[in-house]
Design a protein around this ligand. Structure first.
Ligand SMILES: [Zn+2]
Ligand SMILES: [Zn+2]
Length: 267
């Protein structure tokens, strides 16, 4: 069995459907364990610099948490976990730490969505790629990814090669960067996320790429799964392929989280 630990909600401003609809879709598919992991408010920016189309406002956050906890109370199957997708922003670790300690999360998914303030995965900012050297960009991206893992703030590292989202790829797969990142994950004790959203994007494959996932397995990095659903129809997206890829990469179990403690279940 594989959990779907990466669901957004309409609160983030770019997802749709009610939270109950996500759960009903999970029930229909027979998922055993799921979790909401909506975007954390943009804590690193002053209020006026935040975009309500990217993440919920500070004052919404307690209501998000309350809603997940109450759904958990009233839903026998699937098991519902309280997660959050939190941006890693170098220099703002202290602020993030204090926000994370405020709520009873089952897991925290750490994401690198920004490179020196550029939201490289935002379709509205895609033109910036034309100004960039792709090799340098990948190196910068992976540097931040490793720093995120080492920060100790996260249980899971999200979509670890999201930089390929719009199809910007290097001439050859960056195996050295994959190895370095897998080693950083292993040393930090974080889990890697197999995220199926890449199947819906120009990347046309999951995050991470097969070679990257294999490096993670070789280094003993645990794995967990998420669809990154932004609408109920995306719950469990591509999970059959994800299961095949996991087995193909040599994984026989996936990580589950409760109160930020990790256990494993066979796939
Ligand atoms: Zn993300
Ligand atoms: Zn997400």
């Amino acid at each position: 069995m594989m959990p779907d630990y990466h669901w957004h909600t309409a609160r983030c401003g770019h997802a749709s459907g009610s939270m109950s609809e996500y759960i009903m879709e999970a029930q229909r598919q027979g998922l055993i364990e799921v979790g909401f992991a909506d975007h954390i408010p943009m804590y690193w920016l002053p209020e006026e610099g935040r975009n309500p189309g990217l993440a919920m406002a500070d004052e919404e956050f307690p209501f998000y948490v309350q809603r997940v906890l109450s759904l958990r109370e009233t839903t026998p199957v699937p098991e519902i976990r309280l997660g959050v997708e939190a941006d890693f922003i170098p220099g703002s670790e202290g602020d993030l730490k204090s926000i994370l300690s405020t709520y009873p999360f089952d897991y925290v998914i750490g994401s690198v969505h920004y490179i020196d303030g550029w939201g490289y995965d935002n379709p509205d900012l895609m033109h910036e790629y034309e100004q960039r050297n792709l090799d340098e960009l990948y190196a910068l991206y992976f540097e931040q990814l490793c720093a995120a893992a080492k920060s100790g703030l996260f249980d899971i590292i999200a979509h670890p090669d999201l930089i390929k989202k719009f199809g910007h790829r290097l001439a050859k797969p960056p195996l050295d960067l994959y190895r370095e990142a897998a080693l950083a994950f292993a040393e930090a004790g974080v889990c890697v996320e197999l995220n199926t959203a890449g199947l819906r994007m120009a990347a046309a494959e999951m995050y991470p790429a097969r070679e990257f996932l294999v490096e993670c397995r070789k280094k003993g990095v645990p794995v967990t799964t998420g669809s990154d659903a932004h609408q109920p129809e995306q719950v469990g997206w591509g999970f059959r392929l994800a299961l095949e890829l996991l087995k193909d990469a040599g994984y026989s179990e996936v990580a589950l989280f409760r109160e930020r403690n990790r256990t494993f279940t066979r796939i």
